[in-house]
Design a binder for this molecule. Structure first.
Ligand SMILES: Nc1nc2c(ncn2[C@@H]2O[C@H](COP(=O)(O)OP(=O)(O)OP(=O)(O)O)[C@@H](O)[C@H]2O)c(=O)[nH]1
Length: 154
């Protein structure tokens, strides 16, 4: 149990913004999307797990700066390794990408099942919570948002 808690809080010791120090200039001005990134975290209300997947996309800014694909998954991992609420986790991922990469926009969608809803309380197994955080062009342009959502839904 002690080890489980140590792993859970490990993310607090890592500065998530360091993850995005690996960047490349690719002159790429289209959507980059990594789908189905495993998410495992713990709800801060009940200290019970929630798990699912994250889909993270962005359109690089005029500087053409992109990051390594694995860094998007690393970002999810670091922000998830602490007691969380799903909405905050989703927003933190989107906001850090906006700040560090200065892209045209970011879209983050998380789909998770919360054991606090299955094991206790209302006891509804299988209910999925979907949260999204859209920033920049994904917020201002409905067509761009719809295109990304279509790819996310698959
Ligand atoms: N954007 C982009 N990144 C890629 C592609 N192929 C590999 N990468 C990423 O390139 C990055 C290289 O980052 P480094 O930090 O130099 O390498 P690393 O230590 O192996 O990184 P990790 O995979 O995070 O352990 C990684 O994030 C890879 O996922 C690609 O086609 N596009």
């Amino acid at each position: 149990m002690a080890r489980a808690y140590a792993e859970l809080f490990a993310g607090l010791r890592v500065d998530p913004s360091q993850v995005l120090n690996t960047t490349f200039d690719a002159a790429h001005e289209e959507l980059i999307l990594v789908r189905d990134i495993e998410v495992m975290s713990v709800c801060e209300h009940h200290l019970l797990p929630f798990k699912g997947v994250a889909h993270i996309g962005y359109i690089p800014g005029p500087n053409g700066r992109i990051t390594g694909l694995s860094k998007l998954a690393r970002l999810v991992e670091i922000f998830a390794r602490r007691p969380q609420v799903q909405e905050r986790l989703t927003a933190q991922i989107a906001d850090l990408l906006m700040t560090k990469l200065e892209p045209r926009g970011v879209i983050a969608v998380l789909e998770c099942e919360h054991l606090c809803m299955a094991m206790r309380g209302i006891q509804k197994d299988g209910a999925k919570t979907v949260t999204s955080a859209v920033r920049g062009i994904f917020q201002s342009d409905a067509k761009t948002r719809s295109e990304a959502m279509a790819l996310i839904i698959g």
